[in-house]
Design a protein around this ligand. Structure first.
Ligand code: ZN
Length: 468
């Protein structure tokens, strides 16, 4: 009986299991499965193609395709972990699955080495090598390159933020064949008036292997109490015996001395002022005891007190015109002299005396005046002489009247054209860049045997040919 009961129980249990299985197999539900892998890793900037999911509703015998919704997206330009979730809803049931996509940087940095032959200093110091490192994400990272010597190789390594590593190794020699670089601090040519202090500015030394800042040998001295040309030599050698040298010239000279103009006389003349730069110019002239000539106008009356100063400091004050207006002064002899008299009165008021010295706007050879009155320059030249005036042109142009605005060019134009007899230089003290050239012109003149003088009625006229 026991055996029979057991069999019945087994049959009942077996039937229940079968029934349950049948229910399970036939029961309808949402089936949602990822196509492709659940975890994906892609390189930054690579294309990401979503493989989607398979979604259906039914049982193992029959399953009907249903729609689903996708949430989230992948930015392949940015490193990070992205989740894509898919959800299917059907018959009040809902199911979702998730895929993880990692965007990672697998690109190694690019390391470009331009140096062809490698050497290190005898003392083990590395030299300056020419290389560049760039990374797809970090940009230029040349400053992150690590250079070191490992046994018989020189090793360059660069790692980007994602730890991708690029490494290059090279053979090297141990040598120092490059000379130190030595450069002067301050000017290579210094001009000093007798009695001025000489300030030693030294040199700057660089070397690819050694620190030579304290190894410079300086020879030569400057005696600022004696006119002359002094040379200071700076010399340095590195540990390997490579040598470098540089020199500085210091010229000590006397102030301009007042002598009777004869040979090698420079007449500095300044037209169109006074103006905003005249005071600065007068300071420079005073420093070197150089007297000049100012052909003045009334164009900038705010600076008229400079005319007084010019006269007080021993310069020649001369007439250029009152208005500097070509169409007015060159339209008739009457206009010219009316204008001239205005300037003469002003000069007399400011300096206490009249002047006999004149310069025409544009010079006596100007052709612009033809536009206003034919033959007027010849008439004016004669008439000035008849009235006791002396007119001046020039024989060296500084170039400041329009063709150059460069101070160094003005200095070159003047110093390279000085005459052995006399030089009448045309400049304009209403131009700052021209005033800036005066000190160097004076220094050049004084150290090359010239002297400077103001114009007076006995000075040469430097006349050009009258063309109208
Ligand atoms: Zn002028």
């Amino acid at each position: 009986m026991n055996k029979k009961k057991l069999m019945i129980l087994a049959i009942i249990l077996g039937s229940l299991l079968l029934l349950c299985g049948l229910v399970l197999v036939l029961k309808k539900d949402i089936k949602l499965e990822l196509n492709g892998k659940a975890n994906i890793s892609i390189n930054v900037n690579d294309k990401y193609k979503d493989e989607k999911v398979s979604a259906c509703y039914g049982n193992m015998f029959k399953c009907k395709k249903i729609s689903y919704t996708t949430f989230g997206n992948v930015d392949t330009t940015k490193i990070g972990t992205y989740k894509i979730r898919y959800r299917a809803t059907y018959n009040k049931k809902s199911k979702s699955v998730t895929r993880t996509v990692k965007v990672v940087d697998k690109n190694k940095p690019k390391l470009t080495i331009n140096t062809k032959e490698f050497s290190i200093c005898p003392n083990g110091k590395l030299k300056n090598y020419d290389y560049k490192a760039e990374d797809n994400l970090d940009g230029e990272i040349t400053d992150k390159v690590n250079v070191k010597v490992e046994y018989d190789k020189i090793v360059f390594t660069i790692q980007d933020k994602a730890k991708n590593l690029t490494k290059k190794t090279f053979d090297y020699k141990k040598e120092d064949s490059e000379a130190p670089k030595i450069t002067l601090n301050g000017k290579d040519n210094i001009y000093l008036l007798v009695g001025d202090a000489y300030n030693e500015e030294g040199v700057t030394v660089t070397d690819d292997c050694d620190d030579l800042a304290d190894k410079v040998k300086t020879t030569g001295t400057v005696d600022t109490s004696k006119p002359g040309t002094y040379t200071i030599t700076y010399e340095v050698s590195d540990e390997a015996g490579n040598n470098a040298k540089v020199t500085r010239t210091v010229t000590v000279y006397n102030k301009n001395v007042d002598v009777t103009p004869s040979e090698k006389t420079i007449y500095l003349t300044f037209d169109d002022g006074p103006g905003p730069y005249t005071a600065r110019l007068l300071d420079i002239l005073k420093k070197y005891n150089v007297k000049a000539t100012f052909f003045v106008t009334n164009q900038y009356p705010a600076y008229e007190s400079m005319i007084t100063r010019e006269a007080q400091e021993g310069h020649s004050v001369a007439i250029h015109t009152y208005t500097h207006n070509y169409s007015y002064v060159y339209s008739s002899v009457e206009n010219y002299f009316a204008d001239l008299n205005n300037m003469q009165e002003k000069i007399k008021r400011l300096t206490g005396k009249e002047t006999r010295l004149v310069r025409f706007p544009g010079g006596s050879s100007n052709t612009i005046s033809r536009k206003y009155s034919s033959g007027i320059m010849s008439t004016l030249a004669n008439e000035l002489e008849a009235r006791g005036y002396k007119y001046f042109d020039w024989n060296v142009v500084s170039g400041d009247a329009g063709d150059t605005t460069s101070t160094s060019q003005i200095i070159a134009n003047v110093t390279s054209n000085l005459r052995s007899s006399y030089t009448n230089v045309l400049q304009h003290d209403v131009k700052g860049y021209s005033v800036d050239a005066v000190e160097a012109i004076i220094q050049y003149g004084l150290t090359h045997g010239y002297h400077f003088a103001p114009l007076d009625v006995t000075s040469p006229g430097a006349h050009q040919r009258i063309n109208n």
